[in-house]
Write a new protein. Structure first.
Length: 346
């Protein structure tokens, strides 16, 4: 396993991160424990979670993922063996995460309440990487490459970062990170950190896969010039790049069959691009899932690739995929397909 520096923090994270958003919904506590045991045995030293997990988010399951990680940390006495990353929600109409029923925002009170809840569920007194799950600003976050400006107030970035700074000083979090952010957002957080002597963000967790390479457009330069690490999520395009949905298949236990909330992969050129990548993998004698994972993991601006699985067998396959070195011919063909189908599933 390769280990890379997280931003400018000095901390080293494994090139593969264990995603846990299925824990508590598709995976039981025992399943989650088995996955974490295996991940650590393979050299993975960072787990990623969120206060809102498991997915799909709903009041009756919220927080189960962190609780499963917490019970594993306690039973294995493994807190010093892994870095735990989790997230606080951004602007949302969901009003069941806070005790007073407020819709989600990133004001001081909500962040403080959220971090205390996560610490309790995780069975720990500190969080290694505390991430803002999506912005507090009123804007379209998911689906679409174009920026859509929406009117509405938001908490100033220096105020949000100030709360995270207080938590760093209190020892409740070690590092601050972003997720689902834009280039403007990342640079604004970096500017606020420099101007107000606040914690510098170490990472951004954004989607990155064969059918969504939008990170390359503006954020990749920030990674190189500012050393903000990319924790790349959804390297398999929520399962579509495995080929399991080809020909209209709907496998038992798949997320599409269970929840049917994967629409971004079924619009426009998405289905054509996905089928082309699946076929390309098979042309090169590769498993489609492993080709997709290997491509994401091979990009020089990816610090760690977040993988998630519902079975231990899938987890093993995913880890091997991330460690696979793709032939140059396959990379060249991927680049040609990208020119034909540029970012069809943002």
């Amino acid at each position: 396993m390769e280990y890379r520096e997280l931003g400018r923090s000095g901390a080293k994270v494994s090139a593969i991160c264990l995603g846990t958003m299925t824990f508590g919904e598709q995976n039981s506590e025992a399943d989650g424990h088995a996955q974490m045991d295996y991940a650590v045995d393979r050299g993975i030293n960072i787990f990623d979670a969120a206060e809102i997990y498991p997915v799909p988010p709903k009041p009756e399951t919220q927080g189960r993922t962190e609780s499963i990680i917490g019970s594993w940390l306690a039973s294995r006495k493994a807190r010093d063996r892994v870095m735990v990353a989790t997230k606080v929600i951004g602007r949302t109409k969901m009003n069941w995460l806070r005790k007073d029923g407020s819709p989600g925002r990133q004001g001081r009170g909500q962040i403080l309440e959220a971090v205390e809840g996560s610490l309790k569920r995780l069975n720990t007194d500190y969080i290694d990487v505390y991430q803002l799950h999506w912005p507090d600003r009123p804007m379209r976050i998911f689906e679409g490459l174009d920026y859509v400006h929406l009117q509405g107030d938001s908490h100033p970035i220096e105020e949000i970062l100030g709360v995270l700074g207080d938590l760093v000083r209190q020892g409740k979090i070690r590092f601050a990170g972003l997720s689902n952010e834009t280039p403007w957002g990342v640079m604004s957080f970096l500017k606020a950190a420099e101007t107000h002597a606040l914690p510098r963000i170490v990472s951004i967790q954004n989607a990155y896969n064969l059918v969504n390479r939008s990170f390359e457009t503006g954020l990749a330069e920030i990674h190189y010039r500012e050393q903000v690490s990319l924790l790349a999520y959804s390297p398999l395009g929520q399962g579509y790049l495995t080929g399991k949905y080809e020909g209209g298949a709907l496998p038992e236990g798949s997320r599409k069959r269970l929840f049917d909330r994967l629409g971004r992969y079924e619009m426009g050129n998405g289905p054509r691009a996905i089928s082309a990548y699946v076929a390309l993998a098979r042309t090169h004698g590769l498993d489609p899932a492993q080709m997709a994972l290997a491509f994401a993991a091979s990009r020089p601006f990816v610090t760690s690739t977040i993988i998630g699985a519902t079975t231990l067998a899938q987890l093993k396959t995913d880890i091997e995929g991330c460690l696979l070195r793709l032939p140059d011919a396959a990379i060249q063909d991927i680049e040609q397909l990208h020119l034909t189908y540029p970012n069809p599933c943002p």
